[in-house]
Design a protein around this ligand. Sequence first.
Ligand code: ZN
Length: 218
Amino acid sequence: MNNKESALVLFSGGQDSTTCLYWAIKNFSSVRTLCFTYGQRHSKEIEVAQAIAEKANIPFQLLDASIISQLSVNSLTSDIVMDQEKPQDSYPNTFVPGRNLLFLTFAAVIARSHGIRHIITGVSEADYSGYPDCRDTFILSANASINLAMDEHFQIHTPLMWRDKTAVWQLADELGVFNIVRTQTLTCYNGIIADGCGQCPACKLRKHGLDNYLKTKE
Ligand code: ZN
């Protein structure tokens, strides 16, 4: 791509968005990050995100999106115990209705104020956690709607859309940041950095992908 343009990365300090951050650094001439707060169970997530951005020498912007936790109650925005498995006939209770549509809209408004038209988000349909707003068709639709809403030409990039967790580790390795992603990111729902608690669904998914990727390197 080798783009002379700027990009805004939706950034949380987790494995996926950190890989996206370094993908953006490689593909765009200048990069900013945008991190949302919305009553996360662990404000540690924000500290971790800020530290990663600082080390990469990338501007870090925090936006209070806590209105989301006033709109609906779920296990990411309150103390409800989270589903360990995806229920067969419904969304996991970590689903925050409308979250990605709101986040992309906020991101586009902020990107516009910086003269940026490229927006990068780490959603993936391959490791589809049951969230409808991680699907490619949703992103294409949101991109079209946001452009119409603001009469702009934003381009939303989803470098992880068709990558499962194994392929996300591979991408981090190709970008030369495998160790940074492995040791500095926070994916764990229990707020433990790097390899995490090992027990929560996010840790299990991350470890499964990591083990598979390491096997391909043997
Ligand atoms: Zn965990």
